[in-house]
Design a protein around this ligand. Structure first.
Ligand SMILES: [Mg+2]
Length: 276
């Protein structure tokens, strides 16, 4: 301990001793310690303030209340049971800002003065660190407890589906290949858009669920048997108007959509990004 203290003392006094030596020709000895120029000359790190959109999702009390409220309403609109239905019923949800909250990615990018890039986005997905949108855990658990099925149709690249699964399971959701089908986007989903029967790039996958031919990731024989039959989509939930079948941002006719909102269609807040 003494050695350390002694060394520290010597180090602390060194600038003062040098000053005295340099000034020895003069009668006075200046005892002002020298400034640490290595720190003073370093360029200050740039800091970027967060947008109101990211602050709203990350910090506000309103965002979690609003999201949880939407899921509360969606839970109230569920059938009491999904058992014994002639055509199995399925709830279709988007993933990003609908099930998973990616506001940490947005915050990290903005704090560095950077925007979205597909490379950084895919790297974020691979981290599997997204949290849950408030209220979604209870909603999905209720669907499964009542014997319902869930189709997650996401525009994350199809090759990243395993990371989506891992992230969702790490969040403690009771999802299995039998009760949940995850479908990332394939090039064919975009190519199928003909602006007549397939108006947005999730329509093809919604049709596949209805027709009994969805390309579910993480499947097995039992799960395949369960999904390879016609399904009835009874509810759609998303943060973007294009999470609803047959609708585009440009052409969505809200008076036709509104009567279904709160019954079979539910929209969540996402101030950070969208097709708008
Ligand atoms: Mg989304």
């Amino acid at each position: 301990m003494f050695t350390t203290a002694s060394t520290s003392l010597k180090t602390a006094l060194r600038p003062i001793a040098v000053s005295c030596l340099a000034l020895s020709a003069l009668s006075a000895c200046v005892t002002t310690p020298q400034a640490d120029t290595s720190v003073a000359d370093a360029a200050p790190e740039a800091s970027f303030s967060l947008s109101n959109a990211v602050k709203y999702q990350r910090q506000s009390k309103e965002y979690p209340l609003l999201s949880a409220y939407v899921y509360k309403q969606a839970t109230a609109a569920l059938p009491a049971t999904f058992e014994n239905q002639q055509t199995p019923a399925v709830i279709v949800l988007d993933v990003d800002e609908t099930v998973l909250d990616n506001s940490l990615y947005q915050e990290e990018r903005e704090s560095k003065g950077l925007g979205y890039s597909s490379e950084s986005w895919n790297a974020w997905i691979k981290r599997e660190e997204a949290t849950l949108v408030p209220g979604v855990d209870k909603f999905l658990t209720t669907v499964i407890e009542r014997g319902g099925k869930i189709a997650l149709i996401t525009n994350r690249d199809k090759t990243l589906d395993s990371h989506t699964w891992n992230n969702l399971l790490a969040m403690g959701l009771p999802l299995t290949p039998s009760n949940t089908c995850i479908m990332g986007r394939l090039p064919a989903d975009k190519e199928a858009v003909d602006h007549k029967y397939i108006v947005n790039d999730k329509d093809r996958r919604r049709n596949a669920v209805k027709q009994g031919s969805p390309a579910c990731s993480l499947t097995n024989d039992t799960a395949s048997e369960g999904w390879n039959k016609p399904h009835n989509i009874i509810m759609q939930i998303g943060d973007n108007i294009e999470d609803f079948q047959g609708v585009t941002q440009e052409d969505a006719y809200l008076p036709a959509i509104l009567p279904e909102v709160g019954t079979s269609l539910f929209i969540l807040p996402n101030p950070m990004y969208g097709s708008w």
